[in-house]
Design a protein around this ligand. Structure first.
Ligand code: FEO
Length: 394
């Protein structure tokens, strides 16, 4: 592919993956992604920061060959997940004298996941530094900025932060630096929702630590480089805060039209009350968009028909996902229909046990909704408005 110089002696040597459309066989990637690896030349030593997904390992090698790199002293692994570490075995074949610089927990994972020999490691602890001669790498452990072993690396003299997954984007772009616009912000928020939101409380503390480093650039391991760190730091400060918005996320499925009628009525009722509502028909929803909508919403309402004795499996999937992503949502409810019975409400509420939610009165109807059903939906909309107003949710 191609390498790019960020500042003299610091190069992006990663791989762009324009074609990838699914991550973890789960997350849609409308804009592809990239696996960023960075080469830092010091006066005495040369370091590589992270590698690339093994599907692109030859592009990383090609980039290093084109730069005529015949020696790598250190390979810093900030995170053991294979989209960043997976080319480490090949790097060690090409550069057998390189030391793998990482923390103890990451070492354990690299040995388990990639069978890296134990004697190649140079272990670091929080706050440790490593000299490259005229440049210094500084390491900070940032557990749960995806996995428990994650760390970030700061190039002290150039003030460039390499945070791996944190502050990244799933975006393959020919532009090295982020173009700051609404599209980028949405992409960053979607990535945050999919990857980082479950670790919101951990990330809160790290943002202050990163601000204290005063980086002039943030170079994550997915997506473009941030030339203006405030753009992404301010966005993260907002997303990880406890502030929720006057919004209702409404994932739904309807098999024979009853639930659809309820969703239509309920959507209109919320709009009438000045509440932002985001309905998602789960038969064709992009789950990345659904995740994104959960970042700020104060309330989520699941709307489901009954399949056998419980919720529609697509609603089960969305509920499981919402619970796993741990958004800061404060209120939840369930609406929908059934034929002869079922336990949809219990099943859905029990599945949301990771969230600290207040459950508002559900509305389940036998068969087709009637006027009384619509009035019950209006009451649920009133309840939501009341809760939002009482808690200054705007
Ligand atoms: Fe981009 Fe957690 O890997």
């Amino acid at each position: 592919m191609v390498s790019r110089e960020i500042v003299p002696g610091v190069f992006w040597v990663g791989a762009l993956d324009f074609d990838r459309r699914l991550f973890d066989e789960l997350i849609p990637l409308p804009d592809g992604t990239s696996y960023n690896s960075y080469l830092i030349k010091g006066s005495d030593k040369t370091a590589l920061i992270d590698t690339v997904d093994p599907v692109k390992e030859f592009e990383l090698i090609e980039n290093l060959v084109k730069l005529k790199i015949d020696r790598i002293d250190y390979v810093v692994i900030n995170h053991a997940e294979q989209d960043h570490s997976g080319s480490l075995p090949m790097i060690l074949e090409f550069f057998p004298n390189a030391k793998v610089v990482t923390n103890e927990k990451c070492k354990e994972l690299l040995i388990s996941l990639l069978h890296i020999p134990a004697d190649v490691f140079h272990l670091v602890k929080d706050g440790d530094t490593l000299s490259l001669g005229d440049r210094t790498l500084e390491f900070h452990l940032t557990a749960w900025t995806h996995w428990p072993e994650t760390q970030i690396t700061f190039l002290r003299e150039d003030k460039i932060l390499f945070p791996c997954d944190l502050f990244g984007f799933h975006m393959a772009s020919s532009e090295l630096y982020l173009v700051e616009d609404a599209v980028s912000l949405r992409s960053a928020k979607r990535y945050y929702a999919e990857i980082m939101m479950p670790f919101r409380n951990s990330i809160k503390g790290y943002i202050d630590m990163v601000r204290a480093l005063s980086p002039v650039m943030i170079a994550p391991s997915h997506g473009p480089v941030h030339k203006n760190p405030a753009f992404i730091l301010d966005a993260y400060s907002d997303w990880v805060s406890d502030t929720v918005k006057n919004e209702v996320v409404l994932p739904y499925v309807s098999m024979h039209g009853s639930t659809q009628k309820m969703v239509d009525h309920f959507t209109a009722a919320l709009i009438t009350r000045g509440i932002v509502v985001k309905p998602f028909n789960l038969t064709h929803t992009d789950i990345g968009d659904l995740a994104l909508s959960l970042v700020d919403a104060a309330t989520v309402v699941m709307a489901t028909p009954t399949v056998l004795f419980g919720p529609h499996p697509r609603i089960v999937y969305a509920t499981y996902l919402a619970n796993a992503l741990k958004p800061k949502t404060r209120y939840a409810s369930v609406i929908g229909s059934f034929g002869w019975g079922g336990k949809s409400v219990d099943t859905i509420v029990k599945m949301l046990d990771h969230l600290k939610l207040e459950v508002l009165e559900p509305v389940m109807v036998k068969g087709q909704p009637d006027e009384a059903t619509m009035q019950a939906l209006d009451r649920l909309a009133d309840d939501i408005l009341k809760k939002h107003k009482e808690n200054n949710i705007v």
